[in-house]
Ligand binder design. Sequence first.
Ligand SMILES: [Zn+2]
Length: 376
Amino acid sequence: MTDPVTLTADLLRCPSVTPVEAGAISLLESLLSGAGFTCHRTDRNGIANLHARYGTAGPVFGFNGHTDVVPPGENWTVDPFGAEIRDGKIWGRGAADMKSGVAAFACAAIDYVKENPQLPGSIAILITGDEEGDARDGTVAILDWMAAQGETLDCCIVGEPTCPDFMGQMMKVGRRGSMTLYLTATGSQGHAAYPHRARNPLPPLIGFLDHLAQWTLDGGTDQFDPSTLAITTVDVGNPANNVIPGEAKATVNIRFNDAHSSASLTEAIKTVLAGYQIEGVTVSMDIKVSGESFVTAPGEFTRLVSDAIQAETGVTPEHSTSGGTSDARFIRKICPVVEFGLVGQTMHKADEHVAVADIHALKSVYHRIMGAYFTR
Ligand SMILES: [Zn+2]
């Protein structure tokens, strides 16, 4: 038996803060090679990535995860890279998000191919070191390499922590889309006592932001919560009370459901913005789209995952589309994708930890999913 807690601990001791690999991907590469997986490093622009495949036939069952972590930050009571085990929990940066998830599926897959060396298909494991960063050279680089090699997936589990409070509570079958507006209002600077001689960029910018803040994008859809919009910063940087500034900036983040696309929202926002242009002030807008919304339709794959979670944990998981973006937004372009992993309560926080028992349970869930998939 391959112990997922030992592997989690080994991975936690690698200080792999994005974009540093710190030995985490290499460790998995040698472990999976030793278990009969054909490994390819698909590193790009200094980011380490791994594609590991067992078997040559189809269908290809996929797992995806990341070994990079966010910086530890302040106020830890344990060593963030010490992998301490105490009170039935394992502690460290990446314990929840998501070295334990990677360890659980790597160990489950190794056991499964040991027990079923002639499995009717293949298992492919995609591990990246760039999920917490820009995600430009991570899973996307693996998928680019796969496309060039004629490699594909028929379904994929992403092992991100999906359970809010307890193991088995939630799997994710989709995600909202995300886009960010970068606004710059440019007028002309002047004395506050002579506003007619200046062009203050603030009133049109504030008017536009106020319009956005009061805008109800939708009331939610069959599979999604309502879309949301947040003004995240307004920057003028003006230290003087007697100067009208020449420029002001603001940033707005939008999380949108399947009632919209980034293109339809862009159109709607441009129309609103046109109403706030005044003479002498230009409000310009750059838009960055991080991902469109998507949902994996209920069917054989979602049922198989759901049943395995129920069988191993005794909990019927909620099928959710909540939360931010993940690498599932890239994988869904080639196959149905479902996310399931541990309790994410402490992810990105100080003293990140997960229950040791949950890591074992997660490995069992993954093992059961492969069993059900290959014996359909
Ligand atoms: Zn993550």
